[in-house]
Design a protein around this ligand. Structure first.
Ligand code: HEC
Length: 210
């Protein structure tokens, strides 16, 4: 009788086992990417996940479209807070083609360094680099499963619009007359990460990635 029971349990376990294993394997690459993104927060994540009407009011229509695409496309693995509160700034160099972008942005960057030394001293407020958003949008686009929850893969046209928004917005909302406000905003976010996720704060600090 006891053996029968053991046998029965064993049989049930054997039947159940493959379906458990299959369940585990069913986690798609996209789900794993999302888990990774959420398990490793950034100061950015503590800021707002949208811009206000006031902040957007002078933005041209095509730039606003890029912003709207960002709200859906960049919200799958983390919230839009992550790109919107990022310290990344790509210097705006006017109309550029992919071929001359690096050179033109490098020139804009050199000029900026001459005029605003203070923006290059505080890496947790600003990371100003030629091509940085171009690199990051591509990097995010190539992540496994990017686009699955927003109805199909992000198109190159959408990626380009999001990229153009990020360059335009960074230049205006993080620099110039808004630089001091941005500095204060970032300092609050970093402080929040420090108090709420101290281990992650130390990790990013060690990697020079705050
Ligand atoms: C498929 C999942 C996924 C999607 C979609 C996604 N991201 Fe991410 N994102 C991540 C992960 C994971 C990280 C953690 C760092 C890394 O892997 O690069 C991250 C980190 C970031 C960071 C922080 C980088 C840093 O070092 O400060 C920014 C900024 C960012 N993403 C912007 C975007 C933008 C813009 C989009 C939309 C074009 C986007 N993400 C879409 C998964 C995603």
């Amino acid at each position: 009788m006891k053996n029968m029971k053991t046998l029965l349990i064993l049989c049930l376990a054997l039947i159940a086992l493959p379906s458990f294993a299959a369940d585990g394997a069913k986690k798609s690459a996209a789900e794993l990417e999302k888990e990774k993104a959420l398990a490793n927060p950034y100061p950015n994540d503590f800021g707002p996940d949208h811009l206000s009407e006031e902040q957007l009011k002078d933005y041209p229509a095509d730039i606003k479209e890029g912003y709207k695409d960002l709200l859906t496309r960049c919200a799958q693995c983390h919230t839009p807070s992550r790109p919107l509160n990022s310290r990344f700034v790509e210097p705006e160099a006017g109309k550029v083609t992919p071929a001359d972008r690096d050179a033109k942005e490098a020139a804009a960057l050199a000029k900026m360094k001459g005029e605003h030394e203070e923006w290059f001293k505080d890496g947790s407020t600003w990371q100003i680099e030629a091509g940085i958003w171009n690199r990051y949008v591509k990097r995010m686009m190539n992540k496994p499963g990017c686009g699955v929850s927003a109805g199909g893969k992000m198109t190159n046209a959408e990626a380009k619009k999001i990229y153009e928004f990020l360059v335009y917005d960074g230049q205006r909302r993080k620099l110039g007359e808004n630089a001091a406000k941005w500095k204060e905003h970032r300092a609050k976010l970093v402080e929040k990460l420090k108090t709420e996720k101290p281990t992650r704060y130390e990790e990013l600090k060690k990697d020079n990635d705050l």
